[in-house]
Ligand binder design. Structure first.
Ligand code: ADP
Ligand code: ADP
Length: 234
């Protein structure tokens, strides 16, 4: 039942005649209802891993499989299609369109949809789902930070993704509002089997996750390994 799996994944970037190895052969797997936190210092490969999980990029070496299919064999168009149907994205800065209402923002990813009535109903359902049924016609400026993030989460769900990728989703929110977002993630996991993968600098968010991927210089460190290194230092 694994949605996406990585085996011995290497990602290199070429800048001029220099090669940077951002990921150095890591393994990962995301299953329905998972809550995984990706943590690590700046430059450790978090964004690179998120881009691979989001089907925005493919590995330089090793394999990433989406439901068993090697993503490196997909055409760009195919990968884009699968991304739209599999992945929802949520960001620290919400990225709502200021001239559209909450409802229109949620409908946005399906603007070219052939059945706009269905899309409207689904968008209303989702805004209801995130507790904003009384804010459908409000513009982003008229919403609090937590409400904006809930609109962004509703928008990320419009195509029924299997995985929600959240990059610092609570980074702009106070603790109480962040708690509401974490509670919403829990509901979505329990009731819709959505897997949530979040990059976070917030230890509090990482504590809530059922799995923490700790990246250090392109490698996943497990707790045991960190401990033994500490012992060696002492
Ligand atoms: P953070 O640590 O908060 O994730 P970074 O500055 O490491 O922020 O990365 C922010 C974005 O910039 C990422 O999407 C990453 O892919 C991109 N990036 C990081 N380093 C480079 C680089 N050397 N050249 C081009 N893009 C980069
Ligand atoms: P993080 O998100 O943990 O800050 P990134 O995945 O952004 O880490 O970056 C990992 C490493 O890859 C860093 O050394 C960064 O400079 C490099 N890097 C990231 N994106 C690019 C890019 N587009 N071009 C060149 N180097 C990059």
């Amino acid at each position: 039942d694994v949605i996406i799996r990585g085996e011995d994944v290497v990602k290199e970037y070429q800048t001029g005649n220099q090669t940077v190895q951002a990921l150095k052969g890591i393994d990962f797997g995301i299953r329905p209802s998972d809550f995984v936190a990706i943590v690590g210092p700046s430059g450790s490969g978090k964004s690179t891993l998120l881009n691979l999980l989001g089907l925005l990029d493919v590995p330089s070496n090793g394999t990433v499989r989406l439901r068993g299919e090697d993503v490196s064999t997909f055409s760009d168009a195919d990968r884009t299609n699968k991304r739209k149907r599999t992945i929802g994205f949520v960001f620290q800065s919400f990225y709502l369109i200021p001239t559209l209402t909450a409802l229109e923002n949620v409908e946005m990813p399906r603007m070219l949809d052939k059945t706009p009535v269905k899309t409207r109903e689904r968008a209303k359902d989702l805004l209801c789902r995130v507790g904003l049924d009384d804010r459908l016609d409000h513009y982003p400026d008229e919403l609090s930070g937590g409400q904006k993030q809930r609109v962004a989460i509703a928008r990320s769900l419009i195509n029924d993704p299997a995985i929600l990728l959240a990059d610092e989703p609570t980074g702009n929110l106070d603790r109480d509002t962040g708690d509401q977002i974490l509670a919403l993630f829990d509901e979505l996991r329990a009731e819709e089997d959505v897997a949530v993968v979040t990059v976070t600098h917030d230890a509090y968010v990482a504590d809530e996750a059922d799995r923490v991927v700790n990246l250090v210089d392109g490698v996943i460190e497990d707790a045991g390994e960190t401990e033994s290194r500490e012992e060696i230092k002492q």
